[in-house]
Design a protein around this ligand. Structure first.
Ligand code: CTP
Length: 406
């Protein structure tokens, strides 16, 4: 899977940098091309000469930045790769990545890239366990950064615990599975809706709901990880845009529908947004003033985006997946939505108070299709997303076999 792929390897400062030389050798053995950026910290541990000799490519680093910029800008360098690998990823470089700093070639390339990034952290155990590093890690993961390691063990500094960089063979396996997984939906287009919608009352007030967008964003990321060209149409959330996904930000249901139509054609559409069912019939151009009597808001029904996509005729995605948020009679209500919305699958979730699903980290879902109900155990929303993306990949693979036979 690595053969023919281009890896941009960032080697930052740390004793584990010597293992990156072995990594370069192994990627090259598998037929991959490796270009390296050696940070000034990294160059304290391994020499540009050994990196250049093993990669059989010019080494990029701040020492050479003037000529590097002339020959190949940091943007081209990061975009021409199929995957960026940071090994070792120091605590400092992770902090820079999480905060979007770009004060050297490595951090600039990492900020400018439109490709996925895999990091192999390596640092002292206390640095690794520090809440600041863990918060940076969470931020990076939410943005779609992949991680391998660190492992626990004796450390060069004499302490014991997690912080040792993963072994070259483990990093190689992570690179391999990235390229293997990435192929499953390559060439496919996916459309995902996420988050709440805001329906204006007047220029400052709106009607909304408590959707966090976590599940929808996680699905967009999971589909893109499998190689799908993914558009995420999202209402306002507090979440970072997932890496590698084309994100369209909207506020109202009508804007969401328009953005979804623009995003077609797609092979699969997943409607995870908690679209407001109603909007204010006549929004006020000016802020409503208190005048002693409370205003009566007349509501009108919003377009149903899922039903619209399912009835899009020639532009209908081959697979249309809806969600059903129910507080009672989960399976019966969700199954009824399969018909009323005209979609192929419904992912049913119980959003009763006390389940913690709405706005929470976990979800227990039942995937309902014409064949019946597939109940999954309670999982993190990321795991639900990964499992759903895999099910979609299986389905589309089957569908294309049927399609080509007919
Ligand atoms: N949906 C949509 N557009 C709407 C309303 C819902 O696309 N205007 C989609 C949601 O994204 C979800 C599915 O329809 O995939 C079901 O949403 P849900 O809120 O469970 O159901 P509703 O259609 O709103 O029906 P009800 O509120 O009566 O349960």
């Amino acid at each position: 899977m690595i053969a023919g792929k281009r890896v941009l390897l960032v080697i930052s400062g740390g004793i584990a940098a010597y293992k990156s030389l072995e990594l370069i050798r192994r990627v090259r053995e598998r037929g991959g091309d490796v270009r390296c950026i050696l940070t000034s910290g990294g160059a304290e541990f391994v020499t540009p000469l050994s990196v250049a000799a093993l990669s059989e490519n010019k080494v990029y680093g701040d020492l050479f930045s003037l000529t590097d910029e002339a020959e190949m800008g940091h943007i081209r360098l990061s975009r021409e790769a199929d995957l960026l690998v940071v090994a070792p990823a120091s605590a400092d470089l992770m902090a820079k990545m999480a905060t979007g700093r770009a004060d050297d070639l490595a951090s600039t390339a990492l900020l400018a890239t439109d490709k996925r990034v895999l990091i192999a952290p390596a640092m002292n155990v206390r640095m690794w366990e520090h809440p600041a590093t863990q918060a940076n890690l969470a931020t990076l993961r939410a943005q779609g950064v992949l991680t391998v390691g660190p492992n626990a063990g004796d450390m060069a500094c004499g302490e014991y615990g997690p912080g040792r960089m993963a072994e070259p063979a483990e990093i190689l396996a992570a690179i391999d599975s990235f390229f293997a997984a990435g192929a499953r939906l390559s060439g496919r287009r996916a459309l995902v809706t996420s988050g709440p919608t805001y329906e204006a009352i007047d220029p400052v007030r709106y009607l909304a709901n408590r959707s966090s967008g976590r599940q929808g964003h996680a699905i967009a990321l999971a589909l893109s990880r499998l190689g799908a060209e993914t558009t995420l149409v999202t209402g306002p959330t507090r979440l970072a845009d997932p890496a590698g996904v084309d994100v369209v930000h909207i506020e109202s249901a009508e804007e969401m529908l328009a953005a979804c139509r623009t995003a077609l054609p797609a092979d699969v559409a997943v409607c995870a947004a908690a679209v407001a069912d109603w909007r204010v019939a006549k929004t006020s151009g000016q802020k409503l003033k208190k005048n002693g009597t409370a205003p009566k808001l007349a509501l009108t029904t919003n377009p149903d985006i899922l039903a619209n996509l399912a009835a899009a005729g020639n532009s209908r995605p081959r697979l249309v997946v809806g969600f059903a948020a129910e507080t009672e009679n989960l399976i019966a209500h969700a199954t009824a939505k399969l018909t009323s919305k005209g979609c192929d699958w419904i992912v049913a979730n119980d959003v009763s108070p006390g389940t913690g699903t709405f706005g929470g980290e976990e979800n227990s879902v039942h995937v309902i299709d014409a064949a019946g109900v597939d109940s999954w155990p309670r999982l993190s929303k990321d795991d639900v997303a990964a499992r759903l993306a895999a099910r979609i990949a299986d389905h589309l693979a089957g569908a294309s076999v049927t399609g080509s036979a007919s």
